[in-house]
Design a protein around this ligand. Structure first.
Ligand code: NAD
Length: 332
């Protein structure tokens, strides 16, 4: 069986996912949702999409009457993830939503509830959860090969260009670098250490308050403490390039990944040497695996469901609260 997917938001990442899906064995692009008719025209030709599977943001609720679409992949600016995902769920289609799943925990909970009520899956575009080298490091960590892992470092950042883009608009992005790239270090700390944080501290630095307006973070350093005693120390920034690195240290060994979350190939090595695995386009593997989750009930090693998305949002909320108050935030 094939998962028949419509992409909502024909932007740069939507294009990447569409290209990757061409090589997917389990997922196929069959529909489009866009506010730009010229893009729909180009995509229709390129991917052989029939007119009856093309929608815009006003009429896409009608997708409920379309038996040829199983799931909608929401790839819009962040603040639209919640309202659009809920509309997709109400139309009875499975939801695949890009990261960050929503702007905060409260919004994320609404999405989880809506998808539960509608009886549809809610999956978040955590492509690294299916990446072979990442999974090998996680397997070794779970098998105890690094001993007791007590330290994680996550560095996530790039210099952001065009100051008019939605990523620097609070209304659309819901924040700054943390929502966009810092979330990789949050998520990475959790899967590399295999536990959930119990406290968060964070500090913000802003060198350009004109480019990075109120609510849009340029740089945040943050720390997380875990039940085992492990600590994570992370950087999220829109002000420096070449920051895409994970480092995990345990009493018996270490793992290092650089690049750790870029489109690849990922490079990973441990105290025993390099980790080798074939590079497959992340989004191709992701769509194959997500089809297996939705169609066959497959359980991935690290979840990609709404509950997983919520765990990161709880931490994002705590980081922003820690920045604002200067306090150590305890997590339930
Ligand atoms: P983009 O700007 O290239 O594309 C966004 C699309 O949304 C555009 O086609 C735009 O027309 C459309 N859109 C719909 N309503 C809009 C509105 N009101 N305002 C502005 N645009 C609107 O952005 P992108 O880089 O494709 O990012 C889209 C989403 O994908 C974001 O949530 C981002 O975090 C996520 N993303 C994930 C990854 C990943 O590796 N998982 C990588 C890049 C982006």
């Amino acid at each position: 069986k094939i998962l028949r997917v419509a992409i909502m938001g024909l932007g740069s990442y939507g294009s990447r996912v569409a290209e990757a899906m061409v090589n997917s064995k389990r997922a196929k692009l069959v529909g489009l949702i866009s506010g730009t008719p010229s893009k729909v025209e180009t995509w229709k030709q390129k991917y052989g999409i029939p007119d009856k599977n093309c929608y815009n943001y006003e009429n896409f609720d009608q997708i409920k009457n379309n038996p040829d679409i199983d799931a909608v992949y929401v790839i819009t600016p962040n603040s639209l993830h919640k309202p659009y995902s809920i509309r997709v769920a109400k139309a009875g289609k499975h939801v695949i939503c890009e990261k960050p799943m929503a702007l905060n925990e409260a919004e994320g909970r609404e999405m989880v509830a809506a998808c539960k009520t509608a009886g549809v899956h809610l999956l978040v575009g955590y492509r690294m959860h299916f990446e072979a080298k990442t999974m090998e490091v996680v397997r070794q960590q779970r098998a105890g090969e690094f001993g007791k892992t007590l330290f994680f470092q996550g560095l996530s950042g790039f210099i952001i260009g065009d100051p008019t883009q939605w990523r620097l608009n609070y209304e659309l992005a819901g924040g700054g670098s943390m929502m966009d790239i810092g979330i990789y270090s949050i998520n990475g700390a959790r899967y590399m250490l295999g536990e959930e944080p119990i406290w968060v501290t964070a500090q913000e630095v802003k060198t350009d308050p004109v480019k990075f307006k109120e609510g849009v973070d340029e740089t945040i350093t943050f720390q997380m403490g875990f039940p085992s005693g492990a600590v994570a120390s992370c950087l999220s920034t829109y002000a420096l390039n070449n920051l895409d690195k994970f480092y995990l240290n345990g009493t018996k060994g270490f793992a290092e990944m650089q690049p750790s979350t870029g489109y690849g190939p990922i490079k990973a090595w441990t105290n025993k040497g390099p980790i080798e695995a074939e590079h497959v386009t992340h989004q191709t593997t992701q769509m194959d695996e997500m089809a297996a989750i939705i169609l066959d009930g497959k359980k991935p090693l690290i979840p990609v469901d709404g509950e997983e998305g919520l765990k990161d949002l709880v931490i994002v909320d705590a980081i922003y609260e820690a920045v604002k108050t200067g306090k150590k935030i305890r997590l339930a």
